[in-house]
Design a protein around this ligand. Structure first.
Ligand code: ZN
Length: 375
């Protein structure tokens, strides 16, 4: 867990029961007098209120910013939410801003901190995503989602007492985000081999170890045992740190993420309530696994056989052995207690087909999905 942390500007990383108390001690040690706790109504109840009480004990002044839900009923990282927080930040007096909550709350805070130069402190309330340490914030601006530069946290306080109470669907989403590493790690090697995209072995190894520990403990994660939640949260943070070390998202994001982003953009266009990131990634990973194994092992292509497969078939098939078949991925998702099929997510056949044909346009990345679609 500590490997590489020091070099990434992370001052302190606490994952244990009672981590909230350590957050209060950290702020006191840093001499931060005035901080802003940013949460939504749910995460305020789950952790924000307790943090506020702890801060009061050390006589810190804690401002509070409860982000209001958007039109569809969930909190969104958009112009309104950002402005709501920016209004609370005092250029002179605010010492730091603490994100208490989900990936979305983190995105709002990390962007606001980047623009105001304030330290950003992370307090995840659910092991739902690997982006807590990200230096990019996906924001929805005028209805379009785009990722903007943002601050990585100076400290993370993940309290196991709070994380074990997170709803199962958020835990399963975190597991889905981790399962997606099967195909993202494959795509990373593929893009390095076929398009000479940069590759960094230590980041790949770190991500792969994090993935394996989750798969080995899938039933603990499904039952939300303390051990299972600790392992999942550790893996999510390590995956995030691997991306920080490498400086780009390659280790943790391949075609399965591009398909997930494609579905997300379509839901935005329709004005539908957003699906959980990791729930989409897990199901998309199963779809990509099917497509890739069909192509490399069975010679079934959407179009022609890609040049890359003709040239490097043997090594690609060898790498693909590390990617479990579709059925195994779905069964792991089920054991973690999450959705396993597109139907459960409300994705219809037409949207799935369209996304598998077009999702490679979402990012400039030489994934095997791109190779299959451009052959
Ligand atoms: Zn992800």
């Amino acid at each position: 867990m500590n490997k590489g942390m020091e070099t990434q500007g992370l001052d302190q990383m606490v994952l244990e029961k009672g981590a909230i108390k350590k957050a209060a001690a950290y702020l006191a040690k840093k001499g931060y007098q005035q901080v802003i706790i940013t949460a939504d109504a749910n995460t305020y109840a789950a952790a924000g209120k307790q943090l506020e009480q702890e801060l009061r004990k050390t006589s810190r002044r804690a401002g509070l910013c409860i982000i209001d839900p958007g039109a569809a009923g969930d909190v969104v990282a958009d112009e309104q939410s950002l402005l709501q927080l920016l209004i609370e930040i005092d250029p002179e007096k605010t010492d730091a801003v603490i994100a208490v909550g989900s990936g979305t709350i983190h995105d709002i805070v990390r962007f606001a901190c980047y623009k105001t130069g304030k330290p950003f402190i992370s307090m995840p309330t659910a092991p739902s995503v690997d982006g807590f340490t990200s230096k990019g914030a996906p924001l929805i601006i005028r209805g379009v989602k785009k990722t903007f530069p943002a601050s990585a946290p100076v400290a993370i306080f993940a309290d196991l007492d709070i994380l074990v109470k997170a709803p199962q669907k958020l835990v399963a989403a975190g597991f889905g985000d981790m399962l997606g590493k099967y195909t993202s790690l494959f795509d990373w090697k593929f893009s390095h081999l076929t398009a000479d995209e940069p590759y960094h072995e230590p980041s790949a190894v770190m991500t792969e170890k994090a993935l394996r520990s989750c798969v080995e403990h899938v039933d603990d994660i499904g039952h939300r045992t303390e051990e299972g939640i600790r392992i999942l949260m550790t893996a999510l943070i390590e995956s995030g740190i691997a991306m920080l070390i490498f400086g780009q998202s390659h280790p943790a994001s391949g075609a399965e993420h591009h398909v997930s982003h494609y579905w997300e953009m379509e839901y935005l266009r329709r004005g539908s309530r957003a699906l959980l990131h990791g729930a989409k990634v897990g199901v998309a990973c199963a779809e990509i696994s099917r497509l890739y194994h069909d192509a490399a092992d069975r010679g079934v292509y959407p179009g022609q056989e890609p040049e890359a497969l003709r040239q490097h078939g043997a090594v690609i098939r060898e790498w693909l052995e590390e990617v479990p078949p579709e059925g195994e991925i779905r069964s792991l998702l089920q054991r973690a207690g999450g959705p396993v099929s597109k139907a459960e997510l409300g994705i219809d056949d037409a949207l799935l087909e369209q996304s598998l044909r077009e999702a490679h346009h979402v990012r400039e990345r030489s994934t095997m999905l791109r190779a299959l679609n451009e052959a």
